[in-house]
Design a protein around this ligand. Structure first.
Ligand code: MSP
Length: 495
């Protein structure tokens, strides 16, 4: 089954931060999951490079906008490589095929009579790159950017968004455009139902850094219209439209659930199938902002922890869809507790015992231990699957950790060190159960912790195939005579 996932394309006015990392990792987790279940998955990410904000920052730095965009865009791309993000395309809005697609898209809108020329009079926040109403300001400033918006009064072309109100409401109500979590769906619906939809200006006369309007090159295309079309550009190349899932945070919900589907319907295309909106990070309880100096740099995080640690922490810390807090203290506590003491310790204890009591060779017993609850493993698989299908990452991870705890408890209850002296048959059964649990864990963890998954598999003497789940969920896959490898602890405790 085809499954087309997108992240937002990030602005290149500044270096990547933990918020960008979060959304992109969610995409990567889903890619790895969909590969495992045999879907033909495609992940799109990239950078949003036009517009007044980027031109302004480049000018301050004394370089051309394109040169500046090249630099920051490269930072995003190299960051995704460091976190092993498996994207299929990294799109830039300055890519030639995108510029062509945008021009074609706008021409279609015009031909279908959804565009007219008018005069835009009102406010514009460069931080959001969006038109603002007086009622949206706090003390005359944009609350998100703490910036007084510019007053614009200029000729502009408009898209007849107002015509789409009832169609959009219908689409969202019946989940043909599924917006999750439910509160975000309700938010969009109450926005749509609460007022008349206004037409939206889709061109700017005084912003040179943008794609020219195909029929009037005195205007460039409004950066959000340019940006949203990126999904369509990439889809066209591979025949992927409609997108199955747009990932984002709540800041850009309306663009994706109001303007974007309307633009698509207007040219006779299908709207995206679903949008999932996650929450916002705060840092030590505070809003993350440059002025507070608390922006978390994902590159710096990698100097302190391996990427798998960061990946799993971000998704286990709080539900995807809710706001949550990040702090270095919480990260360290997670590392020492759930990684070093629980997961790492389980793997190390079991492999050490196989090494010490069975010369490092797994024996597959004929008998079973009736006290061992195999159901716990199959239950974990079903929670794993439903949580990944519904983007409830934290629930799936909780289930995995329950299995880890169960296995650690099984060791304490059975005391293999005692069995080694008295009952070698029972010992073989207990150790086999434990190594099988570890093997299951390596695949369950794969979407979240790919390096750890392959490390555990290697130690178990099996090669991890990342693209096939068939048979791996069964019990008893580890073969008699498999040689294990004992190595350093996976997550050495930190002081
Ligand atoms: N360029 C637009 C998106 C165009 S998509 C057609 C844009 N870029 S952005 O660089 O500002 O990225 C916004 C996205 O970054 C959010 O929707 C979210 O995915 C991520 N995050 C930015 N800050 C965040 C937090 N503090 N917390 C979590 N994610 C956040 O908007």
């Amino acid at each position: 089954m085809k499954y087309f996932i997108t992240t937002p394309i990030y602005y290149v006015n500044d270096a990547p931060h933990i918020g960008h990392l979060y959304t992109t990792l969610a995409g990567d987790i889903l890619v790895r999951y969909h590969k495992l279940i045999g879907d033909d998955v495609y992940l799109l990410t990239g950078t949003d490079e036009h517009g007044a904000k980027i031109a302004e920052v480049a000018e301050k730095k004394g370089i051309e906008p394109k040169e500046f965009a090249d630099q920051i865009s490269a930072q995003f791309k190299s960051l995704w490589a460091k976190y092993d993000v498996k994207f299929d395309r990294f799109i830039r809005t300055t890519d030639a095929d995108h510029e062509i697609t945008v021009a074609e898209f706008l021409t279609k809108l015009k031909e279908k009579d959804f565009i007219y020329k008018g005069e835009y009079k009102g406010l514009y926040c460069r931080g959001c790159e969006s038109y603002k109403k007086q009622s949206e300001l706090v003390d005359g400033k944009c609350p998100d950017h703490n910036r007084v918006p510019e007053e614009l009064s200029e000729p502009a072309y408009f898209f007849k968004l107002s015509q789409f109100k009832s169609q959009l409401i219908e689409l969202i109500k019946c989940n043909a455009l599924l917006i999750q979590p439910e509160i975000r769906k309700n938010e969009v619906l109450s926005f749509l139902q609460g007022q008349e939809l206004e037409d939206v200006a889709i061109s700017r006369q005084n912003v040179a850094w943008g794609i020219p309007l195909p029929w009037d090159n005195k205007h460039t295309i409004y950066v959000w219209v340019d940006a949203l079309i990126n999904y369509y550009t990439a889809a066209k190349e591979k025949n992927l439209w409609p997108a199955d899932l747009h990932l984002m945070a709540k800041d850009i919900l309306r663009f994706h659930c109001v303007i974007w589907p309307a633009m698509l319907i207007a040219i006779g295309e299908k709207p995206p199938k679903s949008v999932f909106v996650h929450g916002y990070f705060t840092i030590d309880g505070q809003k993350m902002s440059k002025s507070l100096g608390n922006v978390v740099d994902p590159d710096k995080l990698l100097e302190q922890y391996p990427r798998d640690v960061i990946r799993v922490f971000l998704f286990k810390a709080f539900p995807f869809g809710s706001d949550g807090d990040f702090s270095f203290d919480l990260l360290k506590e997670f590392y020492n507790g759930q990684l070093a003491n629980e997961l790492g310790n389980l793997v190390q204890r079991v492999l050490t015992m196989v090494k010490n009591y069975q010369n490092g060779v797994i024996t597959k017993p004929k008998d079973i231990d009736p006290t061992f609850e195999i159901d716990k493993v199959s239950e974990t698989w079903s929670l794993w699957k439903s949580s990944l299908d519904n983007l409830q990452f934290e629930l799936g991870l909780k289930a995995i950790w329950a299995l880890i705890k169960y296995a650690n408890q099984y060791i304490d209850d059975n005391k293999p060190w005692g069995l080694a002296k008295s009952d070698s048959e029972k010992l073989a059964i207990v150790l086999y159960n434990l190594t099988e649990v570890i093997r299951h864990l390596s695949i369950l963890l794969l979407p979240y912790m790919p390096d750890t998954a392959s490390e555990i598999s290697n130690r178990l003497g099996i090669k991890l195939q990342e693209d096939l789940l068939v048979d791996k969920q069964n019990w008893g896959v580890l073969k008699d005579g498999t040689k294990i490898e004992l190595s350093e602890a996976l997550f050495p405790r930190r002081g």
